[in-house]
Design a protein around this ligand. Structure first.
Ligand code: NAD
Length: 492
């Protein structure tokens, strides 16, 4: 990295030099004193050391969470009382929006304007679940003169929350909020590439009045701290978001304990553009769908299937627009595509860019962007004419790389859309109402957007089918995951 490039990098003020675990209301180092390096993605310089949790640290955190569950006030509080704490958390998160975004953008390479949205969404997740547990109504059934049957809903215990590095703070909130709202206690294991923003939760929770031991955080590598959490006998629930391959390992490791599992996994989501679609809107949305959040988005529309009649026009306009996506320093408000999270992930994405050059026709990007030959910058990259057996069609790249493939009929579009192991999201662009609903019904995806992008009510189910996940988050589905429903029957 040149000196000039370094000078233009933004380093937030008051960065910590080390990050500890947070166990039973105290910041602590690992029992063995071990740490790991954390890099920032513009220079790939190591900027802090984080405590590397091992089994002994997870044991301490789980013991604290168990005590708080068994003896503490949190599971016994009225939903209304817990809700007040959650609303205070939301207010604090929102009031720190700018700082959170600055740290998240620095640590993960997300463009600052997009990092700002993430903090607001995290606050919204807390508000949403705070309101939901107060409004919660459970089933009661009466057979007159014979019996009454009702449901006792109870928190389960210590929830293990394991999260990825893309939009880390927001995704942590998506698990923390329902787990806490329902009265559980938690141990969070954030992603090792991006531990910075997670370290802020402890202060936020203390300030909001969350009782000691309810929230615990253990930093560390997945194969160490994450593995110990999954295998811990006193953690009955694991909520995991990450790669499908990791999900398989966690599934196997949780099996001996028959744990409750919620898995939000990888994707290779299709955007299907029919010839009758509003092409301007489809192009704008599919550009956003794969290049926003640096392409590090689980629901990225990373395969675009385009009907032959508009295919050439679409490819030409799409490539031209992709070239206009502004790559830049993550802190620059003009930046639309920042730096990928880590040199390991950068190497993986770049390897797919090279693979793509022999599998498809490169029409935009294909390497480092002009002026950004340091750090983890990748030019928005577009391959056209990509066949269905290509690796860049089948495998999740998780970066700013998209494959475009032509089709002729609705049947062919569906066959292409469904021809991967994944099934997270699908996007359908057509002005034919019947076709939109019929294709939505037949596409193998947990979530479908019709002529739209990036809108979602938090009450709807979020999750994938096939290799993209197990179970759903969102609304009452999260409440159900984090609670036992005990049926009580009385004879009259
Ligand atoms: P990852 O699977 O490598 O890691 C996710 C988390 O799991 C990290 O905290 C990691 O330390 C931990 N981990 C790794 N190995 C483990 C093990 N053996 N036992 C326990 N924990 C372990 O995923 P990532 O690279 O951080 O995130 C990117 C992936 O996440 C992509 O595949 C993306 O599609 C997916 N994702 C999915 C959603 C969704 O909602 N479906 C949302 C965001 C990201």
């Amino acid at each position: 990295m040149t000196d000039i490039a370094l000078d233009r990098r933004h380093v937030p003020a008051d960065l910590p030099e080390r990050i500890q675990h947070y166990i039973d209301g105290e910041f602590v180092d690992s029992v063995d004193g071990g740490t790991f390096d954390v890099l920032e993605p513009v220079s790939n310089d190591v900027y802090l050391q984080a405590a590397a949790g091992q089994r002994a640290d997870v044991d301490r955190a789980v013991a604290a969470a168990r005590r708080a569950f068994a003896d503490g006030p949190w599971p016994r509080m009225l939903p209304r009382e817990r809700s007040r704490v959650l609303h205070r958390i939301a207010d604090i998160v929102e009031s720190r929006d700018a700082r959170l975004a600055e740290l998240e953008s620095f640590d993960s390479g997300l463009p600052i304007t997009q990092a700002l949205g993430q903090a607001r969404r995290a606050a919204e997740n807390f508000r949403f679940f705070a309101d939901l547990v107060v409004a919660q109504a459970d089933d009661t059934f009466k057979v007159p003169g014979r019996q009454i049957n009702y449901v006792n809903r109870k928190p389960i215990g210590v929830a293990g929350l394991i999260t990825p590095w893309n939009t880390p703070f927001m995704l942590e909130s998506w698990k923390l909020a329902p787990a806490l709202a329902t009265g559980n206690t938690v141990v969070l294991k954030p992603a090792e590439f991006t531990p910075l923003s997670a370290s802020l939760w402890a202060g936020i929770f203390e300030e909001a009045g969350l009782p000691r031991g309810v929230f615990n955080l253990v930093n560390g590598l997945g194969e160490e701290a994450g593995d110990a959490l999954v295998k811990h006998p006193d953690v009955p629930l694991i909520s995991f978001t990450g790669e499908s391959r990791t999900g398989q390992i966690i599934f196997a490791n949780a099996a001996p304990h028959l744990k409750g599992l919620s898995m939000e996994l990888g994707g290779k989501s299709p955007a299907i553009v029919f010839a009758d679609a509003d092409l301007d809107a489809a192009i704008d949305a599919t550009i956003f769908g794969v290049f926003s959040l640096n392409g590090e988005r689980c629901t990225a529309g990373s395969r675009i299937l385009v009907q032959r009649a508009v295919y050439d026009e679409f490819v030409e306009r799409y490539a031209a627009q992709a070239k206009r996506v502004k790559v830049g320093y993550p802190h620059d408000p003009a930046t639309e595509l920042g730096a990928l999270v880590h040199p390991e992930h950068y190497a993986k994405v770049m390897s797919y860019v090279e693979i793509g050059k022999s599998e498809g026709r490169l029409v935009a990007g294909g390497g480092q962007p002009d002026g950004f030959t340091f750090g983890n910058f990748v030019a928005p990259t577009v391959f056209a004419d990509v066949p269905r057996d290509a690796r860049i069609f089948q495998e999740e790249i998780f970066g700013p790389v998209v494959a475009i493939t032509p089709f002729d009929t609705d049947e062919e579009a569906l066959a292409l859309a469904n021809d991967t192991k994944y099934g997270l999201a699908a996007y359908i662009w057509t002005n034919d109402l019947k076709r939109a609903h019929n294709v939505a019904q037949a596409v193998e995806a947990g979530m479908v957007w019709l002529n739209s992008n990036n809108v979602r009510d938090l009450r709807t189910p979020f999750g994938g089918v096939k290799a993209s996940g197990l179970g759903h988050e969102g609304g009452y589905r999260s409440i159900d995951f984090y609670t036992d429903q005990q049926a009580v029957h009385i004879t009259l």
